[in-house]
Unconditional design. Sequence first.
Length: 353
Amino acid sequence: MNAVNHGWLATTYKRGNLLFRDPERLMKLLSDTERPIQLIFAGKAHPHDIPGKNMIKDIVHFANRPEVRSRILFLENYDMNMAKYLVSGSDVWLNTPRRPLEASGTSGMKAAINGVLNCSVLDGWWAEAYNPGIGWKIGNGEEYDDAEIQDEIESKALYNLLEQEIVPTYYDRGRDGLPREWIKMMKSSMQEVGAQFSSIRMLREYAEKFYIPALENHNRISADDYAAAKRVTGLTARLEKEWPHTRIKEIQRKHGSALNVGDKLTTEALVELGKLKPEDVKVELYYGKIGSQGEIENPSRIEMNMAKKEGDVYRYKIAASITEAGQQGYAVRVLPKSNDLIHEFLPGMVRWS
């Protein structure tokens, strides 16, 4: 069984020390003759990365112990050719960044497509890809102010996974000698990761979400001697001049203090627009369930209707349905509005209540 920790030596925050924080548990795993494991490390440290160089030195010194010499290995001169063999010939891909500093983790994607099961901190791509059927997570995505405490907790979590789940699953064999549950996870990992984390999907999404819309926007804006571009330029100049004079003067709640699922969150807002016109802006109700951190989780947004002008202000109304139980929060905001804008946030103007 090969558990590979590859690439973490390139930057100092990827912690090879998680395995070495508890030498007794590590020695117990490596000296098990009935369920043996082998650890393979590979990577390079930047010439100025002193902690990375020291990490390599510690691994090499530990690997030279006679009692573990055949169970732990550091591969020198890591390159793409070596990586090709590692991502296709390992059983477990071990990734131990310090959350939230992982940039992506593409080596883990390559390994998964080759049937290698990932065991990683919930950071980078694994925070999005993980589910119990395709690999293992180290911790629950927590972030700690004290790095020493974080390393201690996640080191114990890693050892618990190795001792109680990963090694037992690998060595749980049927009469035919095959690890059925392990093979099932390999197949699931290849199916899920291959479908979601591939160059084909990436290029398709770039084309559908960015390249094709950009081409369509170019054609739309440049038509009729750039008529749309000229309208946007005029609107932007007017917005920049008048936006400081916009203000949400008052919000009036037209419902009781207690709301049940299905009830209406009826709200009115008095909005000052300066010299802007109602057709230049969109007034929205921004609402939803309040989470444990005091912020609106999974917010909904709905455009409010301009009811009438009252002197220098405009009255907007809306009745939004409550779809989730729990404490509700809401706010009103004003955004620029024009069919010629590529995106409503592009002018960089928003006025919150």
